[in-house]
Design a protein around this ligand. Sequence first.
Ligand SMILES: Cc1ncc(COP(=O)(O)O)c(C=O)c1O
Length: 414
Amino acid sequence: MTKHTNLSDYASRRFRFAGNALLKFSDPFFAQIDKLKNDFESAGTHFVSFANYDYLGLSSHPRIVEEAKRELDRLGVGALASRLVGGERSTHRPFEAEIAQFLGMESALTLVSGYLANVTTIAWLMSGKRDIIFMDELAHNSIVAGADGAQAEVVKFRHNDYDHLEHLLQKRRENHRNALIVAEGIYSMDGDVADLPRLLEIRDRYQAWLMVDEAHSLGVLGETGRGLAEFQGVDPSRIDLIVGTMSKTLASCGGYVCAKKPVIDWFRYTLPGFVYSVGLSPVILASARAALRLMQEESWRIGKLAKNAEFFRDAAHEAGLSTGPAIGRGVVPILFQDSVETMWASKHLLEKGFYVPPIVQIGVPKDQPRLRFFLSANHTEAEILGVIHALRDMPPVTAEAHEIVAAAMAGVSL
Ligand SMILES: Cc1ncc(COP(=O)(O)O)c(C=O)c1O
C-alpha cells in the first residue's frame, strides 16, 4: 500500500516549493490597501497603487456608486439563483445586449467571473476527443484551466509566433474535427498584443474557430476602447468568440462571452458555468452598466490612459529599466534579474508609498520575475515619474537579503 500523506504536511511542502521561502524576506501580498492608504496618508506620505486594474479610473466614480445604490434599494443584493431555473432580473438581458452592441458582436452572455467565462466556454466547446485547441504559451491560467477541462488535445504555440502556430496547424489540424485558436487582446503579464489580422487569416485557412480574451483590452485598446479589433482596424464580428471581464475597465465584477446569436442561444441553455452557477447580482450589473456608459461619455479617459502608459514606458526606458515587449497601454511590466531583486524592488517601493507587489514564481516563467504595473487614467505624471525614479535610485540588493532567501529555500524539494 502507498504511504498516506497528511494533508497539512503535503500542503506545507508544496507551498515551500511554490516559493513561499521568499516570504521570509518580505510579504507584500494580500495587503489591506484601504488601510495602507490611510496609514501612509496619516503619516504624511502620498500613497499610490499600481497594482489595481482600474484602467479608466472609474471604480469610485460618483455615478457608478449612485447607480449601484439605486439598484441595491430597488432589488437587494442577491442574484438568488441560476438564471435558467430561478429567473433573471430585468437588467440582465439589456446589459448583455448593450455590451454585445458596444463590441460589435451579435450576442453576449454574462457569468460570475471572467475566469469562469474562459474555463467553461473552452471546456464546453471543445468537449470532443477529436477536437484540438491551439493556445499561446503565455495564455492566462483561466484559458489553461478551460483547456485542461476539455476533452480536446491541447497544443501551445510560442508567444505571438504565428509561423509556429501555422507549423503546428499544418501538422495536426487534418486529423481533428473542431480546432480552436485562443489568443489575448493584451497579454496580462507582458502588456503586448496579439496580431488579429494574421490570426483571422490563419483561422480561415485552417478552418478553425478563433477566441480572443479581451480582459485587459476593453476600454484600453482602440480610440473608443472597443479592444483589439478596433486597435488593429478589423471588423470584430469576424471573431468567433470574444471573452471579457467586468472586473477591470468596468470597475465591477463578472465575465462575459460574445459570439453570433445561435452560439449564445445554445450557451444560454447548456453552458455549465452559466447553467449551474448563479447569475450576476443586480448591484454588480448596475455598476458595470454605469461604467460602460461612462466610458463612452467620458471617452477622454481612454486617451489619458494611453498617454499615461506611454509616458510610463518611456520614462522607464530613460531610467535604463526594461519593459520587455510591452506596447505601452494598460499593463507595463518592469523586468528584473531574479526573484530576490524583484521582491527587494517591491519592498523598496512600498517604503516610498508605491504599492506594486512582485510577480515571482506564479503567473510568469520562474526566470522572468517582474513588477507588473497597471496604469490608470487617474495616475498623474508626477506619480509615474515618482515610481520610476524610486526604482532608478533603488539601493542594490544586500547580501543579507540573498542569504535570508537562500536559507529559507535550503532543502526545498517535493
Ligand atoms: C487575460 C485574463 N483573462 C481572464 C481573467 C479573469 O478575469 P476575472 O478576474 O474577472 O475573473 C484575467 C484576470 O486577471 C485575465 O488577466
